[in-house]
Design a protein. Sequence first.
Length: 138
Amino acid sequence: MKSFRECITINTKKRREYINITSQVEDILKKSGIKEGLVLVNPMHITASCFINDDEQGLIQDFDEFLEKIAPYDVEKYRHHRTGEDNGDAHLKRQIFGREVVVAVTDGKLDFGTWEQIFYGEFDGKRNKRILVKIIGE
């Protein structure tokens, strides 16, 4: 069994963004030479998420509106802000969308269902963040 590791660096222009990183993960998979196995995609930040869904702009806007209703950005609202931070909402949004994704690799390709794409969800942006892509297999 082999393993391959590479990081993607993202620096968003806005506090919240949803970025399709499927092609970047596919490029890393090709570079790895692994044909059968698993790919782990992990944002490596407590205020970001990796998730799989459809790349449809209306749906992405729906995600953002949903998260803002559940955990709105409000510097007065969260006890976490007593530490000097202003990102309590981003921590909650990450809990809702989860931490990471794992995708099967079959015949050197990501083994997706129809419409599935990998996204990076940023909830406290405007600075460099890393996304770990770890591939294991043969």
